[in-house]
Ligand binder design. Structure first.
Ligand code: CA
Ligand code: CA
Ligand code: CA
Length: 209
């Protein structure tokens, strides 16, 4: 009976380890394709609270702790030439603002991150729109180091998107933890269990012999 219990715990631990491993392996590729966003945190915005080509439909985000990068995704109600929106952040670094410019002529998304004094602290660009022309959806990323000062366990930043007069969320901010959704403490406990289980089994075997 005891041996069955030990075996059950071991199987449970292995299952947990596999889940954690697959969660940590998943990330986003910046390629203007959006199938990789399935299952990521998302917020659907109120529809028609701005004119169609500025109206945010949803936002998605993924804090990737392996690469220390915050991946972001925004979709509007209607595709149209060009699109500029911004993302506002609050953290221990103070207020920051990313201006995201989607150019139809070049197909390029350019992201510039500003600090509270208006200086550009980081900029990047790439082909991250859903089409080379008249984008409706775009993905991009920002390194943690320009968004938060402290990247220790459980640290967070607040974020909201603005396109025209449309905010997402409609009021307040989304809280993004720089520590992702998979649990490090559980990983440590699971590893310890796996390491010590053979000894426990041996002990039981000796006792029952
Ligand atoms: Ca992608
Ligand atoms: Ca909206
Ligand atoms: Ca809104």
């Amino acid at each position: 009976m005891k041996r069955m219990r030990v075996l059950f715990i071991m199987l449970l631990t292995i299952n947990m380890l596999c889940t954690v491993a697959s969660a940590s392996a998943k990330s986003i590729v910046l390629d203007g394709k959006f199938g990789d966003w399935g299952g990521m945190p998302a917020l659907k915005d109120t529809m028609n609270d701005e004119k169609n080509d500025l109206d945010i439909q949803f936002i998605k985000w993924f804090p990737d702790n392996n690469t220390k990068t915050l991946f972001l995704n925004c979709e509007r109600n209607q595709s149209a030439p060009d699109w500029q929106f911004e993302v506002q952040f609050k953290s221990d670094l103070g207020d920051r603002k990313a201006i995201v410019n989607n150019d139809s002529a070049t197909g390029l998304t350019t992201v510039k991150l500003y600090d509270s004094s208006g200086s550009v602290v980081y900029s990047t660009s790439g082909n991250w729109q859903d089409s080379g022309k008249d984008p409706k959806q775009v993905e991009f990323s920002l390194p943690y180091e320009y968004l938060v000062g402290n990247m220790q366990w459980g640290y967070e930043m607040k974020m909201r998107f603005q396109s025209g007069t449309d905010y997402c969320p409609d009021s307040g901010f989304v809280t993004v933890s720089t520590i992702s959704t998979y649990p490090y403490p559980f990983l440590v406990i699971a590893l310890l269990l796996v390491l010590f289980l053979p000894f426990v089994i041996k002990k039981y075997r000796r006792k029952s012999a």
